[in-house]
Design a protein around this ligand. Structure first.
Ligand SMILES: [Zn+2]
Length: 132
């Protein structure tokens, strides 16, 4: 399982490599934990916001619940991002999807656990987390 001191949050979002480091840093600072459990698909919030088939939804749900129940995740970050190849829509719609998916996740995790929607944007040459 996990050793004492091995602490986790849960990252739910796109596979895009450009967003992983900013999400990791944001989650570590927000929840005072070390490791992200990364749950991902290409353009994940776009898939989950648009009536996904139950098989995919169940698979995502199962991974989130393992992070919550076995790793005692301290919080869940649901993220979308600019220039997404897997979910190529304009930013405002993408942000709405991200908030909608955060609501979906809130529906099946313990009520005391924070589910935080964020959007990762390109700022100059770096990628930064914007809270929604
Ligand atoms: Zn993406």
């Amino acid at each position: 399982m996990s050793d004492l001191g091995e602490t986790f949050f849960t990252s739910v979002g796109c596979m895009d490599g450009r967003v992983q480091a900013p999400i990791e840093a944001y989650g570590q600072a927000r929840y005072h934990v070390l490791y992200p459990d990364i749950i991902t698909e290409a353009g994940l919030v776009g898939i989950l916001a648009n009536n996904p088939n139950s098989e995919l939804l169940d698979a995502i749900k199962k991974k989130i619940l393992i992070s919550v129940e076995k790793h005692h995740s301290k919080g869940i970050i649901v993220h979308g991002h600019q220039h997404c190849a897997g979910n190529p829509i304009e930013d405002n719609s993408h942000k709405k999807q991200t908030k909608k998916v955060a609501e979906i996740v809130r529906g099946f995790v313990p009520s005391g656990l924070e589910v935080k929607p964020v959007f990762v944007i390109k700022n100059g040459s770096s990628w930064v987390v914007e809270e929604l």
